[in-house]
Design a protein around this ligand. Structure first.
Ligand code: AMP
Length: 505
């Protein structure tokens, strides 16, 4: 999962894009980048590995001149963590193009081949986003006559949609013309549009989550629709069109479970409200299914931070005390971002510390938003026991995650998922708890649909193994398992280290 921001303004946008990226930092901490267009129609680019606050220093901000720009925070799934795969990506032809992408394409290898045979275009990295940009560039290049019209751009997006597969929310800038925002025909990854009036002129902003608009000072207008492209010229003309046949909203349900900030609204659903419903429904399930052990539970404790809103609801439904028994060091990055299992393990302990009094001689119900690999959960349970807990029960606000994610979440192989091929009892044993409960998938859907009943389908492939884009088979899953397991990632990072091009340091 990544975060993207784009602004078409009438005054310098560097600070606003920086602020927007900081607000989306939870969506990716591996790399960050911004590109602007200066007065002489040149791209100004800065990207590097690290957090937004580490990547951009005063000297970079001064160089990022211009009233329009796009930015990206990266969470690596396809490809490696190398800086050569940090975004935005750039190609010089036609016109000069830059692009940022959130999501993951499922036919990257085929696209690279197609680009080479059709257009003699070379893709220098393993990044699907670089392939995506080149596909877009290739089709845009089919319109020789100047000026480029909105129809040319919509036709380009339509052709791009026809050949690329997977999940994508993108922003592209075309020198001399404008910014194009487009979202895949399933609307898997989120993208919102905002605007504001400054000195009588309209400025526009796109962002992965509404929270970025709110804080930067733009008013939420609407979500970009599945299969839609919005083209805004640099002088402020607004055009939009649906560029796919039968587009249908299937948002990624994991955005609501874990990724998005609770204060964001995605596809008409308040993430916070959805989590409150998740807690209530899970609480009701526990109340019916755990009647034998309910009287024993002394306290409900969330595993910070995503699950706090959920745990509070469970405590309310069960009529039990809610206590924040773990203190989080918020200056340690999320553990799953770490490339190898060993680092992932040690960083859990650095991140969380129990308040002994909340555990000593108590039977506790721990709540997390989900159980993925089980490494965090196992260590947290161990910590709870070391702090004196008599018994540890565990509730997961998401159902069992059993299948890899191919749309931009780093869950590449079945074997790394603790619930794969295991029963609830076996998972309980693996993570060391006395009893475990998972949310029912129908209740998870309901939690989101209660906020927006017009959403009928979701990308819920990590729970069901059904991939809505219809092109994901066993062979592809084997392929990504090979390419993206922890060992392969370490190798890739090594290989890609020196590939960096077009970047200001
Ligand atoms: P674990 O079960 O030890 O992998 O840790 C699960 C915790 O990490 C939960 O809070 C998850 O929501 C969170 N998490 C979110 N995304 C991922 C991911 N891609 N890989 C691993 N853990 C994730």
């Amino acid at each position: 999962m990544c975060g993207i921001v784009g602004i078409i303004g009438h005054s310098p946008v560097n600070q606003a894009i920086y602020d927007g990226l900081t607000l989306l930092q939870h969506r990716g901490q591996d790399a960050a980048g911004i590109v602007t267009i200066d007065e002489e129609n040149r791209f100004r680019l800065r990207k590097a590995n690290g957090l937004v606050s580490e990547v951009f220093r005063q000297e970079h901000m001064l160089r990022l001149q211009g009233n329009v720009g796009i930015g990206h925070v990266r969470y690596p799934t396809a490809g490696s963590s190398s800086v050569s795969e940090a975004q935005p990506f750039y190609v010089n032809s036609p016109y000069g193009l830059t692009l940022v992408h959130n999501g993951n394409l499922t036919n990257n290898a085929e696209l690279k081949q197609r680009l080479f045979t059709l257009a003699k275009r070379h893709v220098n990295t393993n990044s699907d986003s670089e392939a995506l940009l080149n596909i877009f560039a290739h089709y845009l290049d089919q319109y020789p006559a100047e000026p480029l019209t909105p129809d040319n751009i919509f036709e380009t997006v339509r052709k791009t949609n026809e050949v690329i597969r997977g999940a994508y929310a993108c922003l592209a800038m075309i020198i001399g013309y404008g910014m194009v925002a487009f979202r895949d025909p399933y609307g898997i990854r989120p993208l919102v549009l905002g605007k504001r009036e400054e000195n009588g002129k309209t400025e526009y902003m796109f962002a992965s989550e509404s929270i970025a608009l709110d804080i930067v000072g733009f008013e939420y207008v609407r979500d970009v629709q599945p299969g839609e492209a919005i083209y805004i010229t640099f002088d402020g003309q607004f055009h939009s069109a649906i560029c796919a046949d039968n587009p249908k909203l299937n948002p990624c349900i994991f955005e609501y479970v874990y990724f998005a900030r609770p204060d964001s609204v995605i596809d008409g659903v308040s993430v916070y409200a959805a989590r409150v419903h998740m807690g209530r429904l899970l609480g009701e399930k526990i109340a019916t299914q755990w009647q034998d052990i309910l009287p024993e539970i002394d306290v409900v404790i969330p595993i910070p931070e995503t699950s706090t809103d959920i745990a509070l609801q469970i405590a309310n439904v069960l009529n039990k005390p809610y206590r924040q028994g773990f203190v989080k060091n918020r200056y340690v990055a999320r553990t799953f971002i770490m490339p190898g299992q060993a680092q992932r393990k040690s960083s859990v302990r650095r991140k969380l510390n129990p308040i002994a009094a909340e555990f000593k001689d108590k039977t506790i119900l721990l709540v997390d938003d989900s159980i993925v690999r089980g490494t965090t959960s196992e260590q947290i349970v161990e910590m709870a026991r070391q702090a004196g807990a008599k018994k540890v029960y565990f509730a997961s606000a998401a159902p069992e995650i059993r299948y890899p994610n191919v749309y931009g979440i780093d869950m590449p192989t079945c074997e790394e998922l603790v619930a794969y091929d295991r029963s609830v009892e076996q998972v309980a044993e693996m993570i060391g708890v006395d009893r475990l409960v998972f949310q029912d998938l129908s209740d998870l859907f309901k939690s989101v649909q209660l906020e927006n009943p017009t959403i009928h389908n979701f990308d819920a492939s990590v729970f069901t193994g059904e991939y809505i884009t219809g092109d994901v088979d066993k062979e592809y899953l084997n392929c990504i398992a090979q390419a993206r397991n922890d060992k392969a990632k370490a190798n890739l990072a090594q290989q890609a280290t020196n590939l960096e091009i077009h970047n200001e340091s």
